[in-house]
Design a protein around this ligand. Structure first.
Ligand code: KE4
Length: 432
């Protein structure tokens, strides 16, 4: 596969940006080789600077759930450009987006837009501390909530990929206020509340962790966390930046029938442009400036162009054009076929693998399953994963460039795409 143009771009990029990237996971450091540079994308396909075409299962890490460059999203953005890009003042689209989110995620009685999932999760933590007057936060090993200081403790995603779950630069005094526990371990949570219950402001978690690969909550785990936080006057924060609007229109809290006190969102509600949001119970949210003492702000928060893209994304998910398949049913059908097919291909190649999935998010662990937490995930054969990733890329299939990430289906993937992916996977499992 010719990658000359990407190599040239990368040789310039590494002189200008650390690792040549604006986000570490893109650097391919976990899988070897050099990253490709994108020229354009449409639907489920990317084209790189050397005109190589890839079937894409990253989908810009979740936002492009309808597919890249979806016509309805492009139209929604282009129709607004002439009216201006940003005002630093109130805009009606902020009301429309807030209503859309509250309808889908009723636990978010009030909400605030921001510009990234990091901001959303970080703001939830500050708000929980301000509301409860407590300082300690409980998170879970392998869960990733963006790069806010208090949350870069035993984090997942790129932090885990590069073995920096506890980032340098985070003051020890601040990190010490974050209690990081194994996921799916009620006894560890009980012990933390026994020892520090009165100091714990909140538990924050990905209800379906997808930043250390992907593993599901054990039966009763989420309900247990809801109860123990309520019993101790701590808040329950669901980070649904990835699961939101993806595992169901109302996210994991709809699937499991739970109401967290606060929720962090991102990705899908930006439709590919920078958007985050957080929200929850009115009495908590009203502690935010300008009403209350907890400060949070953003020059581009609620940006109308980004919200236009996000609203078009939500409309495409929830009100598809007449005759078009329901996107969730479509992605569920393809996801099940992909999961079964990958499992079969690995077995036929005698490659120990564990494929785990939550709707249109999935992961291929290179180890026997099940994988229930970070400790299990870290026993994967990352070298074999890297060889498989490269073999798939050579065959025109772009997966997440790390064993500790999830893959994504979008509504633009087809049955033929899944068949082509499984054919490539069968060869790649043998080559890995
Ligand atoms: P951003 O700040 O990257 O918009 O969102 C941070 C974040 C928060 N919470 C969850 C559950 C997340 O998955 C993320 C970001 N996801 C990663 C993918 N694993 C972003 C990819 C990257 O860092 O380049």
């Amino acid at each position: 596969m010719n990658r000359e143009a990407s190599r040239k771009f990368f040789s310039e990029a590494i002189e200008l940006m650390p690792g040549g990237v604006n986000s570490p996971v893109r650097a391919f450091r976990a899988v070897g080789g050099q990253p490709f540079f994108v020229k354009r994308a449409r639907g489920a396909r990317l084209v790189d600077a050397d005109d190589n075409e890839f079937l894409d299962y990253v989908c810009t890490w979740g936002p492009n759930i309808l597919g890249h460059a979806h016509p309805a999203i492009l139209r929604a953005v282009s129709e607004r450009l002439e009216d201006g890009l940003s005002f630093g003042a109130c805009h009606p689209l902020e009301i429309e987006m807030a209503k859309a989110i509250r309808t889908l995620v009723p636990s978010m009685e009030k909400l605030r837009m921001c510009n990234s999932g990091t901001e959303a999760a970080m703001s939830c933590v500050r708000l929980a501390r301000g509301f409860t007057g407590r300082e300690r936060i409980v998170k879970f090993e392998g869960c990733y909530h963006g790069h806010g200081d208090s949350l870069l403790v035993k984090a997942g995603s790129g932090a885990l990929t590069f073995g920096q779950p506890d980032s340098a630069g985070v003051p020890a005094a601040l990190a010490a206020l974050t209690i990081s526990l194994p996921f799916n371990d009620p006894d560890a949570v009980r012990a933390a509340f026994r020892e520090r219950g009165r100091e714990i402001a909140a538990i924050i978690l990905e209800p379906i962790p997808a930043n250390a690969g992907l593993y599901p909550p054990a039966p009763g785990w989420l309900e247990f966390l809801r109860e123990i936080t309520r019993a101790h006057g701590a808040l329950l924060i669901f980070d649904e930046v990835m699961s939101g609007f993806r595992v169901a229109p109302g996210g994991a809290q709809q699937v499991y029938g739970l109401r967290p006190d606060l929720t962090a969102l991102g990705k899908v509600i930006g439709g590919g442009l920078p958007v985050g949001a957080f929200g929850g119970r009115t009495e908590i949210m009203d502690r935010l400036a300008p009403l209350g003492p907890v400060y949070q702000a953003g020059t581009l928060s609620g940006n109308p162009i980004a919200l236009a893209a996000g609203l078009a994304n939500l409309r495409g998910l929830l009100s598809p054009p007449a005759g078009a398949p329901d996107p969730y049913a479509h992605m569920e059908k393809l996801g099940a076929a992909l999961e079964d097919g990958l499992r079969t291909a690995a077995r036929r190649a005698k490659r120990p693998c564990c494929v785990q999935r939550a709707g249109s998010m999935f992961c291929v662990y290179f180890r026997e399953g099940p994988v229930c937490n970070l400790a299990d995930a870290k026993l994967s054969d990352t070298a074999a994963f890297s060889r498989w990733f490269s073999a798939m890329l050579e065959r025109g299939i772009n997966f997440a460039p790390s064993q500790f990430e999830a893959g994504f289906l979008c509504a633009a993937h087809t049955e033929a795409d899944i068949e082509a992916t499984l054919a490539a996977a069968a060869e790649a499992f043998r080559a890995a």
